[in-house]
Structure formats: structure tokens, C-alpha cells
Design a protein around this ligand. Sequence first.
Ligand code: C2O
Ligand code: CU
Length: 478
Amino acid sequence: MLQLAARPARGATRMGAATQRRVIDMILVAAPGIAPVRGGTMPGTPVWAYGGRVPGPEIRARQGDRLRVLVENRLSEATTVHWHGIRLPNAMDGVPGLTQRAIPPGGRFRYEFDLPDAGTFWYHPHQRSFVQVARGLYGALVVEEAAPSPFARELTWVLGDWRLQEDGKILEDFGNESDVMHEGRIGNFVTINGRTPEALVLRPGERVRLRLVNAASARNFALSFEGHNPWIVALDGQPVTPHEPEDGRIVLGAAMRADIVLDGIGQPGKIYRVVDDFYEHGAYVINAINTADGPRETRAPSPPPPLPGNALAKPDIRSATRVEMVFRGGMEGNDASGAMRHRPLTMEISPDRRGTGGQGTGGHGIGGHGIGGHGIGREHDARHGSPFLVVRRGKTVVFSLRNETDWHHPMHVHGHSFLVVSHNGKAPRHRQWRDTLLLKPREAAEIAFVADNPGFWMVHCHVLDHQDNGMMAMFRVV
Ligand code: C2O
Ligand code: CU
């Protein structure tokens, strides 16, 4: 029943030498369907799905391959597909009203692009995503390294979050004000690969690569693997020095990914819990690990070798164009009078003159429009405003992010992977390239990237209700 194992995409061709560039051709149909979200004998849940299931088919390709996906829209409303984390040509980015016209019901659109980076990515609509993702439209996109995998087994867990009624149907209160002002649409039913998982069985001593994808509309996860010491080997698809997570928890803000390595080091017959305790108000068991019987290795496993890095341009921080983004609003805690305040969430964007190399804000740096403004209107009404920044290709950009709200915001940049320069004033322990960074309440971070991909690119919060209500902006690389 349970499909925890990675499987090749339908229509994927798997021939040719590792070095030979292949074209992966497929058709992806977005349509209403029924999914066994609650499992067992419970009635299925009406969903919107890619390829008739949630998550949609896992698309697997190899680094350097070309992906050609014909998307067919059989939904009752327009849609697009965004290939989250892939550094692709702008016209393939799937942002309605900006990079393409939304695909109308009954319409089709062909996405075609090369896959420059190996890693764990995912795909989802960028049209009314606070509805469409919450209804089940998402899937994993795995780009394998050119070299054969050093791991005995590769698995993918796509984490999903549902807000279900008693009868198992999705509660259709999308975009309600409370979600918008608070932490977004947090559900009441979590799934792995679209269902309640059966325990993961590891063979003694085996080494498994587990690709974690947070496809929830708003929920963040912090996973710990009892009795196992997972190694983090990649974040958001980009390799990182293999290391054990701080305090043993693997934190995945909405849209974030982590590749971890698990060793079969448990006692046979014992059940180990996988726990999510991101939110203070309740840790729960999300899955379990069993170890099969067999000859056992007594030595502790050594760290896995680092994955080969992708070719990302190195930012030149000193000469960077710097932009400050401050998040404000949402519901705010008690002030002196004890009152709660509701304010729309905003992203206030302005040239940042505090940093070094402050000359970066002159000249062709910041465009006049959008500055000092906030988000650019609702995602689906195609008014994307003007770019808050127009930057020459090849220039380094630093975004200085400051979260002055009481809520979590996983911030995502399109078309580029960025280097985390600092998080709360400190450089990360291991060099991190990401496409999404989680800012906890009152946190600050600096991220940097070389703007080497021409076009119009979004920056937004991946709490999809926040994205749709002001936490979204756009910059342009020329
Ligand atoms: Cu995963 Cu702009 O999105
Ligand atoms: Cu947010």
C-alpha cells in the first residue's frame, strides 16, 4: 500500500550513459480526484491532484537532463506549475501574470527546461496556491547526482498537512482572516506521501538517504528520529557538510527540504518514534522506525561523504546591492492596554545603507517604484506591480531580512539559490545554500546571491496565506 520508496516518473526514459543528457518527457494532469488521506477503511478525501494522486508523481531525473512536462489543467479554475528551487529560465517559472498566463480550465502549457542542480526539489501551483496546494497539488522533483548514488536505498517523504472535517472532506475555509493574521492554514491531519505512513523498516547496518520535502501550506516541522542519529547532507537541494542537526531536530519550514542519511543502527524488534515537536502546543509521533533482524554492525557509523556541490556563483558581498526587507503586521500580542492588534502583514522594502559596501544602492540598484511600499497585491489577480529592485546580471544582491512580527515566515526567492550570510547575527555553523529560509518571530537574517538569472523573480513568504496577503514582492535581473 504505502509507497515510501522513490519511484521513477511515468514516462521517464532511463537509458543512455550517465553523462549523456536525456530529455524526460511527461504529461502532468491536474484534476479533482479522491485520495485515501486517512487510510484504512475511512472514506477517501476529495482532493485536487496531479496524476490522480497526492503527492503527484515523483519526477526523477539526473543532473543536466532536460525536463519537458506538458501540464493539462482539468480543474475548474486556472492554474500554473512552479518548479520550486530549480534555477530555470524565467518563462518556465510558473508565476501567473508575470512569467506566463495562467493555464485556463481545459488548457495546456508545456514547461521545458534543463536541470542544472542535483538535489531535492518540488513542484506546486503558483496560482491561488493557498487553495490549490491545500487541496493536494504538489509533488517531489528529485534530481540525482551524475555519479551513481553511494546509498543503498533512497526514500522520499513528502510531508503534507490537511484541514479535514469530521467526514474526511477538506474544510473549505481557505484564506480566512484568522489564518492570514496568524500562522497560516495549519491543518489537523499530517501525512507522509499522502497518507498515514507505516513504519519505516531499516535493515541492520544499511545506509538510507531520506529526502524530506515540506509541502504543507503553512505548517513547519521539527523532526527527531529516536535512537538514530541522522546526518544532514543537503538543504533545499544544495549539499551541506554532513553534520548532525543541532539538538537533534531537523527543522523544515514550509517549502523547505532536507536530505538526511539514516543508518540501520536500531535494536531489532524495537520501535523507534519519529517525533515532530515544532510547535510548543504539542509534539506528536509522525512515524516510526523498525529495524529488521539480521547480522549487526557494532561500530558506530562514520559520517557520510559530502555530496558533490552544484555550480553556484560565489557572491561578492563587498560590492553587493543591499536591500532591507522588514516584515510587519499580523496579529500582535498584548500591548500595555492588553489589547490585541490586527494589522495586515507587510514586507517593507528599502535600500539598506547599514551594511558594508553601501555604494551598491546607487546607480542601477533600486528601482523607484515599490520602494518603501509593501507587498504587491494578491497573487492571483496578476497585478505584480513594479520590481522593488532592478539589478544587472552578475551583480551580488544581499537581502537583509527582519521579522518584526510574532509569526514564522519561511522566505523563498525564485530563480536563485542564496547563501545564508548570517542568521541572528551569526554565520551558520555550516555553509548553507538555500532557496527558502525560515525566520522565527523577531529573527533577522542576511542572504546573498549572484543575480545571474535574467527575468522577473518573486520573493515571498511560503506560508501561502501570508504570500497571498502582502508578503510577496518581485525583483528583476537584466
Ligand atoms: Cu514554492 Cu513562489 O514558491
Ligand atoms: Cu509569512
